[in-house]
Design a protein around this ligand. Structure first.
Ligand code: ASP
Length: 354
């Protein structure tokens, strides 16, 4: 080959290689769940994990709790059925649970070491991933409303203590004296713990296992427009001190919602849920690892947390309306509703023969 012909050949080869169309984008097969039609709406709730087990409940108590959980579901379901938003359903359902002294949130909040009640709550909108939360508040009747106000009416995500209370008052939310949160049961429970603590003082004080009066509430919902939202509200842990704040008002730990994946609310030993960013971890496994919602939730609660020693559970719904309610404790107050389906349970599924 003559030199000039050879150079021309090389030139053509070079131009040709530069002009190759890029590799066509990889067309991803739709997963089975992407082909599944989602229900018109889904709502899922919890009333806390841990305190309840088949051995410590009688039929009357069981009925009282299941009736109350059903009533809470009715409130959110009514909103969703009529085309209301996931956010409104979550807020209204949690307000009901906060006003009910059966659960450790709002009126039923547990006592701190100093005999006060300090409440935490958070909410997240999966549509735009805005979020709001309050921590350590003593006078806000419904902390979930304050969390929503922080999300919608402030440039912040988390407000605490007196500042959060001032913000709530300025935004017209109902405030009450801290004594509104007094319940005899919770007070007696604190006394029991303090007694136990006094005895322990004679030995060495163990802060690794704070006594935990369970019953935090949470709700997650999927509305007719495909929007997800989640919220959580709690009195925290009995005998907490030093202005301890748990996972419930921490976005990514106690609450998380993203329309691209799922909406989650946690309950359990908050320090573990914060350390392992539990709610976000579940969403991240779906987002980056393409895990199915129920698998991701199970892995985190029944494997990772168990290995680390963290007790608790989560409830949630994914963008397809799949529900997950795993827990690693003896029981968890929980339930969900879809257009033709309703489940309310307190004990492990095996207890119901499943
Ligand atoms: N997670 C809550 C906290 O640590 C307690 C609970 O869920 O019962 O404050």
């Amino acid at each position: 080959m003559k030199n000039s012909t050879y150079l021309l050949f090389l030139f053509i080869l070079l131009v040709h290689s530069q002009c190759q169309p890029p590799n066509p984008p990889e067309v991803k097969e739709k997963t089975a769940s992407e082909n599944v039609e989602r229900p018109a709406y889904t709502i899922v709730i919890h009333g806390g994990a841990g305190s309840v087990s088949p051995g410590n409940t009688d039929a009357a108590r069981e009925k009282m709790y299941t009736d109350t959980l059903n009533y809470a579901l009715n409130i959110g379901e009514e909103i969703l059925k009529n085309g209301g938003s996931a956010l409104d359903a979550v807020e209204a359902t949690i307000v009901f649970m906060e006003n009910c002294s059966l659960f450790n949130s709002g009126k039923g909040a547990v006592f701190t070491h100093d005999g006060t009640n300090e409440l935490d709550a958070s909410v997240m909108n999966g549509k735009d991933q805005t979020a709001g939360a309050v921590g350590g508040v003593k006078t806000i009747k419904n902390p979930i409303k304050a969390a929503r106000a922080v999300m919608e009416k402030s440039p912040h995500v988390l407000l605490t203590r007196e500042g959060a209370e001032e913000f709530a008052r300025d935004n017209g939310l109902e405030t009450v004296d801290n004594s509104y949160f007094f319940t005899q049961n919770n007070y007696d429970y604190l006394q029991k713990i303090l007694e136990k603590e006094k005895k322990k003082m004679q030995g060495s004080l163990d802060f690794t296992h704070p006594d935990w009066k369970y019953g935090t509430v949470g709700c997650a919902a999927l509305d007719k427009n495909g929007n997800l939202a989640a919220g959580t509200s709690t009195g925290g842990m009995t005998n907490k001190r030093w202005s301890r704040i748990g996972d419930s008002p921490i976005i990514g730990a106690g609450t998380y919602a993203d329309n691209a994946t799922c909406a989650v609310s946690s309950t359990g030993h908050g320090e573990f849920f914060i350390r392992y960013a539990v709610a976000y971890d579940i969403a991240a496994r779906m987002m980056y690892g393409e895990a199915a919602f129920q698998d991701a939730a199970n892995e985190v609660i029944n494997k990772k947390l168990v290995e680390k020693g963290g007790a608790g559970g989560i409830i949630g719904v994914d963008k397809y309306g799949n529900v997950a309610m795993p827990f690693n404790t003896a029981g968890m107050f929980r339930g969900y509703a879809k257009p033709d389906e309703r489940v309310v349970k307190m004990f492990p599924d095996a207890h119901y023969g499943e």
